[in-house]
Design a protein. Structure first.
Length: 302
């Protein structure tokens, strides 16, 4: 089974380059327009015994890297509790670690609805129908009722985990549906598990922290529900590793908003003509909003 997913984009040099060179750009959380997206809030509820265990473990880890346990600044329960207060240094240390870890994730956001007036009008996407909407073909592998879809890409998946996979001889990334709620209770608690195992990055773990991080990767607040988003993820330590190249055959269509300029339209069509062997199989449309209805009309390209 197959399904088409769409990417709304403003027309600029980055959009043209991604079409010409056939790649998806996977953003990091700090590049997103929702400041809480992909972020896991911290919580510090812990018993005195849990804090003591954390102190013991932190000293052990410091010793392994040559630090003197006697100089460890958070060596009592009271010191730890004070340092995780609103302006405490330990609170800042934890949250800086979360920020650095979160931005090792890269994500691609798509939707299964091209008929979305808010997306066509949104300044970050198509800015009053002046942008484009690219349709990509996906596959459902093996299970027709599975809630994930798969988009074929080039290359290997060795450095991109855990939402990339190899199936037979092809490589895919997993596209999962985003859920919407206002539940920000799925938190990261540094006192619940040994922090050296870095559950913030180990998504294969079934730990408290790992499960909450996975929840936040695929949940957004209700005010974004109109996007009807599906997203692909991977984790990579290389900050600039954001381009994932695809086979040209996955592009199904390109739709131009009614306010896209003629030079921009010609640039993109010529780019496809010059760089895609399957040009004749790609459909081109113009899209206009009349009252509350989105009307898409196929273009005749010669």
């Amino acid at each position: 089974m197959s399904k088409i997913f769409y990417k709304f984009k403003n027309i600029n040099e980055y959009t043209i380059d991604s079409i010409k060179n056939k790649y998806f750009y996977f953003s990091t959380p700090q590049q997103l327009n929702d400041p809480v997206d992909c972020r896991t809030p911290f919580c510090y509820d812990a018993t005195n015994l849990e804090i003591l265990e954390w102190i013991k473990h932190a000293k052990k880890m410091g010793r392994l890297i040559g630090e003197n346990p006697s100089t460890f600044p958070f060596d009592t329960v009271d010191k730890v509790k004070k340092s995780i207060a609103s302006t405490g240094i330990l609170k800042r240390i934890f949250e800086n670690a979360e920020n650095n870890s979160a931005n090792k994730f890269h994500l691609l956001s798509l939707t299964d609805d091209f008929n979305n007036a808010k997306m066509w009008n949104h300044p970050d996407y198509c800015n009053n129908f002046s942008g484009i909407c690219i349709g990509y073909l996906s596959e459902q592998v093996q299970q027709p009722d599975f809630d994930s879809y798969f988009i074929k890409v080039k290359g290997t998946v060795s450095t991109r985990t855990p939402y990339f996979l190899k199936y037979n001889s092809d490589y895919y990334f997993v596209l999962k549906k985003v859920e919407y709620d206002n539940d920000r209770l799925h938190c990261y608690n540094p006192f619940k598990e040994q922090y050296d195992k870095n559950y913030m990055l180990n998504l294969n773990s079934e730990s408290f922290n790992s499960q909450n991080i996975k929840y936040n990767l695929f949940h957004k607040t209700n005010n974004w529900k109109y996007e009807n988003e599906y997203r692909g993820f991977y984790y990579c330590i290389e900050d600039d590793d954001s381009k994932v190249y695809y086979d040209e055959n996955i592009i199904e269509s390109i739709s131009f908003g009614s306010n896209a300029s003629k030079p921009d339209i010609n640039t993109i069509i010529n780019c496809i003509k010059m760089n895609y062997n399957n040009f004749n199989k790609i459909k081109f449309y113009t899209v206009v909003q009349i009252d509350n209805t989105i009307i898409r009309t196929e273009m005749k390209i010669t």
